[in-house]
Design a protein around this ligand. Structure first.
Ligand SMILES: NC(=O)c1ccc[n+]([C@@H]2O[C@H](COP(=O)([O-])OP(=O)(O)OC[C@H]3O[C@@H](n4cnc5c(N)ncnc54)[C@H](OP(=O)(O)O)[C@@H]3O)[C@@H](O)[C@H]2O)c1
Length: 345
């Protein structure tokens, strides 16, 4: 229970290395701040727990690193309580990089963080959790990676890694909607089975207990047209590149296993396969499509409404559980987009 006028917050206590521990964060309570000119006070309602946010706890981000004692940064959705920002009024539902706290002060317009988005109104034609979970940056990465970078075409074979995660579960479903045959690679038997039973993927592979190469041979006898990669595991990339078809495409979306360590994927990656196949590997940065977010959000919302796209959200409740919720995306405990609901009481 929050006392009236209290802002509960998680501050960065030390810089996590190797794994996410609750000890890296410090719980504190302070008074609710007041917005200055050009700022708004937001009551946070939902946090999006993204592997990317751990990057900002590292000193290697230099001037962009969250300082020790600074509030842990997070993409969040909330309701404006007080606004001195033109175009935003109390009651508006908004999203932005706010933080692990009940109340955040935000300003509209560009901010110094390299992955920042301006203060944005939340689409109101879906629930706030679907707006931030499926129509947020996760869904934007899935949409533009699949539609624009991979140029998915009906009849092709699409393989996606961390297929049961936030980006992967949406990318795979978008590919299905476009008429592709979709195979998910995931870390666990239960997640593998749920991809087929709940999301109707055409096949799925548990990379922990199955040989990815021989499973790909069985599931994709003609090879792979598109590989949507969210975790940069050399063993998986090598296996897929070996089976890439002529004019195949590889979307480089993320490198989750490497965000908590100085180690980088350095095993031999079979990229020379791209030469003879005239294949293409391309990096994806969802925020570069910012001007086209409304187009992608409308498409995703339309598919949700028609029942063709299932929002897959994995919700932890209570601000006090934010470190545990972040831990889940680094242990693979999540199925779907990892969110945290902050109760308003
Ligand atoms: N480029 C962009 O614009 C953009 C935008 C959004 C997100 N991303 C990136 O996309 C990726 C997915 O983001 P998300 O929010 O959807 O997260 P997510 O996939 O829901 O969660 C992370 C997943 O990574 C896998 N994982 C975690 N630690 C691992 C390890 N040590 N080894 C192997 N696999 C591990 C786990 O799935 P499995 O065990 O099932 O593989 C886990 O569920 C992240 O790397 C994120 O930074 C990029």
């Amino acid at each position: 229970m929050t006392s009236p006028g209290t802002n509960r917050r998680w501050l960065l206590a030390n810089r996590p290395v190797g794994s996410v521990s609750v000890d890296s964060f410090q719980w504190t309570e302070s008074s609710i701040p007041s917005p200055g000119e050009g700022q708004a006070l937001v009551r946070n309602l939902w946090l999006s727990l993204d592997p990317t946010q751990i990057l900002f706890t590292s000193e290697s981000m230099e001037q962009f690193a969250i300082p020790i004692g600074g509030v842990m940064r997070s993409l969040a959705a909330g309701r404006i309580v007080e606004s001195k920002v033109s175009g935003f009024a109390p009651g508006d539902l908004v999203q932005g990089f706010f933080g692990w706290e009940d109340y955040s002060i935000t300003g509209a317009g560009p901010s110094p963080m390299p992955d920042d988005l301006p203060l944005l109104k939340l689409p109101t034609y879906v629930s706030p959790e679907v707006a931030i979970g499926t129509l947020g940056v996760t869904g934007m990465a899935a949409y533009f990676g699949t539609v624009d970078i991979a140029r998915a075409k009906s009849g092709e074979t699409f393989v996606v890694s961390s297929a049961s995660g936030g980006v992967g579960s949406v990318a795979g479903q978008i590919a299905k909607i476009h008429g592709l045959r979709v195979i998910g690679v995931t870390g666990g038997k239960e997640k593998r089975d749920r991809l087929i039973e709940e999301l109707q993927f055409d096949g799925a592979i548990d990379r922990n207990s199955e040989d990815v190469g021989s499973k790909l041979d069985a599931l994709c006898p003609e090879g792979v047209d598109i590989f949507f990669d969210t975790n940069s595991l050399p063993s998986v990339i090598n296996a897929v590149l070996k089976r890439l078809r002529h004019l195949g495409r590889v979307v480089l979306c993320g490198a989750t296993p490497y965000y908590l360590s100085k180690e980088r994927p350095n095993e031999y990656v079979n990229y020379t396969a791209l030469i003879m196949k005239r294949g293409r590997m391309e990096g994806l940065l969802a925020r570069e499509y910012f001007d086209r977010f409304p187009e992608a959000q409308a498409a995703l919302a339309g598919w949700i409404k028609s029942g063709r796209l299932k929002p897959v959200l994995d919700t932890v409740v209570g601000l006090e559980n934010a470190p545990l919720a972040l831990q889940r995306v680094f242990t693979g405990a999540n199925f779907g987009k990892q969110l945290l609901e902050i109760s308003e009481s």
